[in-house]
Design a protein around this ligand. Structure first.
Ligand code: C2E
Ligand code: MG
Ligand code: MG
Ligand code: MG
Length: 291
């Protein structure tokens, strides 16, 4: 038995850190090829009317089909993408695939807004608005069909630059959602300084909405705030019928989650649109009949 000296990492810690570094290095090398070889794909999760089940929009979620490691989720690779210098190429690939899907769905008669997640780092790049707008033009998708989702991880000092970049996109018609609302430290200052259209309620609050008075109060307050600021609200991670009902009763009208559908390929998403609802076939027809 050896006493640890204060400040000295344990063996286990050192080993874990080395492993993480090695994995990151390997992924960084793989990244250079991943964009060219089209190993990144995008799945789309339906966002539905919590009353009728009708699909009203979609969120684009990136996936990496790594030849050696199988399918990787964004939490496993986003940090590496950001550190590697490959972020612009990755973001372009995600946006391109999202716009291709939007165009295909439009041609099939479904003109839906699609939300694409953006890294804060992209928003610090003054060339970002022009890159987004030229891609919208190339894919012939109207700017007001694109929603950019930004998590509240910005520092106050970054806000000024980001505010300028976002104002440029807003002026062109692109809309902005604050992702994971309520989990960051600067939610309210973000709202007063950047042009926001939508708040997304984090799944942390949705998970306990019908059992925790605090979670319900956070959601009710977010819904009121959104109403007063003329913003829309979407709840994330809706997994059960009691959660759906509780959200609806709190005034939250839209949501996404496994109750309705998991993220789907663009082709399967179109199939869902053609059936009229996600997860609850016939819900849309029933709602129209009741009306
Ligand atoms: P997010 O934007 O908050 O996305 C929601 C996450 O919740 C997604 O995880 C989604 O698959 C998952 N989810 C959806 N419904 C449910 C549910 O009912 N229960 C639970 N437990 N989870 C649900 P995913 O796809 O692993 O993405 C994780 C995060 O990675 C996203 O969180 C987003 O911040 C980021 N991300 C994803 N795609 C991109 C991208 O293209 N660019 C950037 N910069 N970030 C991305
Ligand atoms: Mg998101
Ligand atoms: Mg989110
Ligand atoms: Mg979240």
């Amino acid at each position: 038995y050896q006493a640890k000296r204060a400040g000295e990492p344990t063996m286990a810690y050192t080993h874990a850190r080395d492993t993480a570094d090695v994995e990151r290095l390997m992924l960084t090398g793989d990244l250079r090829r991943a964009v060219d070889r089209q190993e990144f794909t995008v799945d789309f999760q339906p966002i539905v009317d919590l009353g009728s089940g009708e699909v009203i929009s979609a969120e684009a979620l990136a996936r990496w089909h790594h030849p050696g490691q199988g399918n990787l989720d964004p939490v496993q690779f986003l940090e590496t993408v950001e550190r590697s210098g490959q972020l612009p190429a990755f973001a372009d690939a995600v946006l391109d695939q999202s716009l291709v899907a939007m165009r295909t769905w439009r041609e099939a008669g479904f003109d839906l807004p699609v939300a694409v997640n953006v890294s804060p780092r992209s928003l610090l790049d003054p060339d970002f608005p022009a890159a987004v707008l030229s891609r919208l033009e190339r894919h012939e998708v109207p700017a007001d069909r694109l929603v950019l989702e930004l998590a509240e991880t910005l520092t106050i000092s970054q806000l000024d630059v980001v505010a300028r970049v976002l104002a440029e996109l807003r002026d062109a018609g692109v809309r902005l959602a604050v992702d994971d609302f309520g989990t960051g430290v600067s939610s309210l200052s973000v709202l007063s300084r950047i042009p926001v259209h939508q708040l997304k309620i984090d799944q942390e609050f949705v998970a306990t909405v019908e059992t925790s008075a605090e979670a319900a109060a956070v959601i009710r307050t977010t819904v009121d705030l959104a109403r007063n600021l003329h913003l829309t609200v979407v709840a994330e991670g809706v997994e059960s019928e009691p959660q759906r009902r509780a959200l609806w009763e709190l005034g939250c009208l839209a949501g996404q989650g496994h109750l309705f559908a998991r993220p789907l390929s663009a082709a399967r998403f179109l199939g869902t649109l053609q059936r009229g609802s996600a997860g609850r076939p016939g819900a849309l027809a029933a709602a129209l009949h009741d009306a």
